[in-house]
Design a protein around this ligand. Structure first.
Ligand code: ADP
Ligand code: ADP
Length: 231
């Protein structure tokens, strides 16, 4: 059974008197140990799909299950509980608490998932993203690339069964992109499932599969190495 199963998702928005059909029967599954790149033009429904999968939004139709647990058609509190247990969400500018140092942000995340915080694990995580010298830095003193890597360390500290990332490399330097790609590779070898919306070819080349979305539907379920578009 895939870790993530999303079946026939519909999501319509109603701004003003109009209807925007953001998802129109989107289906997708991701197995343990897979890194799936989700690509598609702007407005094709990527963010809506990720939000419905993470339980941050409720689709109008269809079903999402994660690790055999239903994410859709449940009260928000139950979705939040399932999300806390099974899903990590890495956005472009991540969730660092401004009053906590980089190391404390990572440590807090470990505590939240019930792991005892531990100097060695925190140091190892910071080293893996190239932030070993910045453990005691406060978030507002970080450069853009450093902040992105700190956000990544926080997401990795949670070590969620399913990691969802929305354009994680969009605004980062090459070095940070490499750290992100290496971290995704490590997740893959340790059996984690990762779903990344991306425009980056570097990300696609390191993914197990590329899935394309257009007009709210998955149009290519599996793009092989040779048919990858190079832009
Ligand atoms: P629903 O379909 O759930 O009722 P709405 O269509 O009312 O949702 O939109 C939810 C919110 O998103 C509104 O506050 C709206 O202003 C905002 N919004 C409208 N159009 C867009 C858009 N194209 N992209 C992002 N947000 C939008
Ligand atoms: P992508 O992430 O691929 O750019 P989105 O999921 O953000 O696509 O958007 C899909 C479609 O839904 C777009 O037409 C967008 O304008 C519209 N949309 C997204 N969020 C909202 C919202 N809250 N209210 C109304 N329309 C929205």
């Amino acid at each position: 059974m895939p870790l993530l199963q999303a079946d026939d998702l519909f999501r319509f928005y109603h701004p003003g008197d109009t209807e925007v059909r953001a998802l129109r029967g989107a289906s997708l599954s991701v197995s343990r140990g897979e890194t799936v790149a989700l690509v598609g033009p702007s407005g094709s429904g990527k963010s809506t799909l990720l939000a419905c999968i993470a339980g941050l939004d409720e689709p109008d139709g269809g079903m999402v299950t994660i690790d055999g647990q239903r994410m859709t058609r449940r009260p928000e509190a139950e979705r939040a509980a399932l999300r806390a247990k099974s899903v990590g969400f890495l956005a472009q500018s991540d969730n660092l608490f401004a009053h906590l140092s980089v190391a404390d942000n990572v440590g807090l995340q470990m505590e939240l998932r019930g792991t005892r915080r531990n100097f060695q694990t925190i140091s190892g995580l910071l080293r893996s993203v190239g932030l070993e010298g910045r453990a005691n830095a406060m978030p507002q003193t970080l450069s853009g690339g450093e902040a992105a890597r700190a956000g990544l360390a926080v997401a990795l500290a949670a070590d969620p069964p399913l990691l969802i990332a929305d354009e994680p490399t969009a605004e980062v330097d090459r070095e940070t992109e490499n750290h992100i790609l290496d971290a995704l590779e490590r997740r893959r070898t340790s059996g984690g499932a990762t779903l990344i919306a991306t425009h980056s070819n570097a990300v696609r080349l390191r993914a197990s599969r590329t899935v394309m979305i257009a007009d709210g539907r998955i149009v290519t379920a599996d793009v092989s190495q040779d048919t990858r578009v190079v832009s």
